[in-house]
Design a protein around this ligand. Structure first.
Ligand code: 4AD
Ligand code: MG
Length: 467
């Protein structure tokens, strides 16, 4: 069998009949009668299975007993035109080898219609399902598209650290990194934890964002992007929050907020278009199975300009909605941070297209955002998408040393840990901007999955770090 080279099923399905082939994969289903068995084999290269036709005369009865859902096989045979509907070719098997048996009584995916919730409890096996095969292939395509986009534009891929001393977003929801013995914590004279004894000699955490280091890169080589994991210890059990998620953070010297908005819009449109161009089979499957508005919704964001609106205008729209009888769970007035229900109202009910919100109250945004002349707003921007809400957060950065220092002091932040960052404003400061795209939020949009736990292979959420 091994003298023949294995061909992946994706390639086999577009081969011409008549050739001798070797396929390897996992059994999805087996059916048939005494004379002939039909085995659907999948190897993950495509959502489609290849049908194996096995004439019972040629094989041992014992062999067929081992061919159960989930078992792995190597199948040699002739690629022939398929009589059945649904596929152009199938394999007329001459040799079948069971590589790994799969106990049908214990295999976690034996049930026919397994809910997404159940599948999360067997996340180590759920990757074998059609749904997660599709999600993983789309996720892979999107990662490649991200690198392609920035590579074409001459951005430098910058690797920023995961272990950090600074809390970039100022939210304080960080996972501490320590090698101190938790049963015997060293204390200083005042009774506080003595971090000088810790691995790094200081208190460190997992990063919430690569932005601050990204700014160092942008103010050196002009345009950079990061693409890596980020960690937030916020106790948000929502369908849109993970404790460990991936973020793409471009940072550009000499960009103002308008350049920033333009890039963000071009970027997400490029990614959605890429998914439509490269993932149609998987999209069609997800569209049919989970969300029959998926493909249409993806197309709907492409041909139009995103709506740009200030936070203040958006508050007026939302207040008017409330006075017209729209019910929100959370109150909304100038100064509040929007909840996803407010964001979705703006996108899905009011403007009926993606929205870029700008000019937020400074008190609800991070210290680094450029302060507007009015003294009360900052030049932040959030891109809001249908069904998701916020998909991108970013801003023009405060380039003035004096204003940045004043804001850090005003917020009572420690300047000590930030001197290196402030140096960007001391030595050749330039106007610059950037944003962060939540990779899994993007994936929610391009897979139609409703829960963020279903677009990352091994989700990390409060009380859940299994697998
Ligand atoms: O709006 P955020 O907090 O912005 C930043 O971190 C900036 N440093 C980005 C920048 O300007 N370079 O996060 C950016 C995006 C959000 O819009 C959202 O898509 C995603 O990251 N995000 C999350 N995704 C999943 N789970 C979470 N807990 C997330 N928190 C933020
Ligand atoms: Mg944000």
């Amino acid at each position: 069998m091994e003298t023949l080279k294995r061909t992946k099923i994706k390639a086999l399905l577009s081969e011409k009949p008549g050739i001798e082939v070797l396929a390897k994969g996992w059994v999805r289903t087996k059916r048939g009668n005494k004379q002939v068995k039909f085995i659907a084999l999948n190897d993950g290269s495509t959502i489609a299975n290849i049908q194996i036709v096995a004439n019972a005369e040629l094989f041992d009865e014992e062999l067929f007993k081992k061919i159960t859902t989930g078992a792995s096989l190597a199948v040699r045979g002739k690629l022939v035109e398929s009589m059945g509907s649904g596929q152009a070719v199938e394999i007329q098997a001459t040799d079948i080898q069971v590589l790994g048996e799969c106990d049908p009584m214990r295999f976690p995916l034996q049930k026919k219609d397994t809910t997404l919730e159940y599948l999360r409890s067997v996340a180590h096996m759920r990757l074998r399902t059609n749904t997660f095969g599709a999600v993983l292939r789309i996720r892979n395509q999107m990662a490649f598209a991200i690198h392609s986009f920035f590579n074409q534009k001459g951005f430098v891929y910058l690797h920023t650290p995961l272990i950090t001393e600074s809390d970039a977003e100022g939210a304080g929801d960080m996972f501490q990194v320590t090698t101190l013995d938790l049963k015997n914590i060293p204390l200083d004279k005042k009774g506080n934890v003595d971090f000088s004894k810790d691995f790094f000699g200081k208190k460190t955490s997992l990063t919430v964002s690569g932005q601050l280091e990204g700014e160092l890169g942008a103010t050196a080589v002009g345009e950079i992007y990061t693409f890596g994991p980020t960690f937030r210890a916020e106790n948000s059990n929502t369908p849109r929050h993970l404790a460990e998620f991936w973020m793409i953070e471009p940072e550009m010297a000499f960009y103002d907020i308008n350049d920033n908005m333009e890039l963000a819009e071009e970027f997400v449109k490029f990614l959605v278009q890429w998914a439509l161009d490269h993932c149609m089979e998987d999209l069609q499957f997800l569209n049919d199975k989970y969300d029959n508005g998926l493909i249409e919704r993806m197309r709907s964001v492409l041909g139009i300009a995103f709506q740009r609106v200030t936070y203040t205008e958006a508050v007026e729209i939302l207040e008017k909605a409330v006075s017209d009888g729209v019910k929100f769970e959370y109150p909304v007035h100038w100064g509040t941070d929007f909840q996803s229900e407010h964001e979705r109202y703006l996108v899905e009910k009011h403007f009926c297209k993606p929205v870029i919100l700008i000019d937020f109250p400074k008190d609800i945004k991070a210290f680094y955002m450029k302060q507007n002349e009015d003294g009360r707003t900052v030049r932040g921007m959030d891109v809001l998408f249908p069904k998701i809400g916020e998909i991108i957060g970013g801003s023009e950065r405060e380039a003035s040393l004096e204003k940045l220092e004043a804001r850090i002091d005003e917020l009572g932040m420690s300047r000590k840990n930030l001197e290196w960052y402030i140096d960007t404003r001391r030595y050749g400061s330039v106007p610059h901007s950037g944003f962060g795209l939540g990779f899994e939020r993007l994936l929610l949009f391009v897979t139609g999955m409703a829960n963020i736990r279903d677009v990352i292979p091994f989700p990390r959420t409060p009380k859940n770090a299994e697998f």
